[in-house]
Design a protein around this ligand. Sequence first.
Ligand SMILES: NC(=O)c1ccc[n+]([C@@H]2O[C@H](COP(=O)([O-])OP(=O)(O)OC[C@H]3O[C@@H](n4cnc5c(N)ncnc54)[C@H](OP(=O)(O)O)[C@@H]3O)[C@@H](O)[C@H]2O)c1
Length: 247
Amino acid sequence: MGGVIVIFGGAGGIGEATARAVTAKGYRAHLVGRNEARLAAAAGSIAGATYSVADVTDSGAITQAVAAAAEQGGGALAGLCYAAGTITLKPVARISEADVLNDFRINALGAFQAVQAALPALKAYEGTASIVLFSTVAVQQGFTAHASIAMAKGAVEGLTLSLAAELAPKIRVNCIAPSLTRTELAAPLLGNETMVNAIGGMHALQRLGEADDVAPLAALLLSDEAGWITGQSIGVDGGRARLRTKG
Ligand SMILES: NC(=O)c1ccc[n+]([C@@H]2O[C@H](COP(=O)([O-])OP(=O)(O)OC[C@H]3O[C@@H](n4cnc5c(N)ncnc54)[C@H](OP(=O)(O)O)[C@@H]3O)[C@@H](O)[C@H]2O)c1
């Protein structure tokens, strides 16, 4: 059916791969992030893509970015993908209030405010619009040092369910929960090949994720092909959340 999809974190690893994947399905992507040079480079390499500079800790900037995206779609948005995020991994004793609030703001509150800002344009879309949010494997599987991010992403899964109920049948809402995926976000955890192989080996499928492992599902959920899927949190995690193949 086509239309414009606004992608927060759209110049990031998974966000940009999702922008390419929805474009291949006939949509136009509007990318949102803080780094204008990176947004311009990403948008310039994706047919029909546009962008807005916005920090998701600023609700006014979110509103402006969504308005710019909706303008591209003649007042309507086919979808919203919220792929901005953080990883703060610290033992619980070293996590500060500022860490918790920062993780919550960027991962959960920003998603909530982006949805709120986009609601009129999503409702104005002629078909069923779609929202895709991002959680993490660390919500279903307990890991050390993940308290802050697991709390924030747990909130995203709750938000997904609430919105899916409240916005049905006009808007579908789903969430993707990746395990460690090789993007800039994960780079500090993957300093050398030994780390990459060790963490990859903890997955049933024996490797880390790539942005292009995750983006096809995001694009599917954003498109009409997923027209009867809503209220789901789906793991793209090499089996990490549910499978144990050793010991
Ligand atoms: N990679 C993983 O291992 C992994 C695992 C589980 C969940 N996830 C989730 O998957 C989603 C996509 O992550 P990714 O791996 O693609 O990360 P990424 O490559 O770092 O991309 C995230 C993007 O979010 C944007 N962003 C961060 N803070 C922002 C802010 N305050 N305002 C506006 N934009 C902001 C960044 O763009 P700018 O710098 O231009 O602002 C960045 O391009 C995130 O929600 C993440 O939490 C990732």
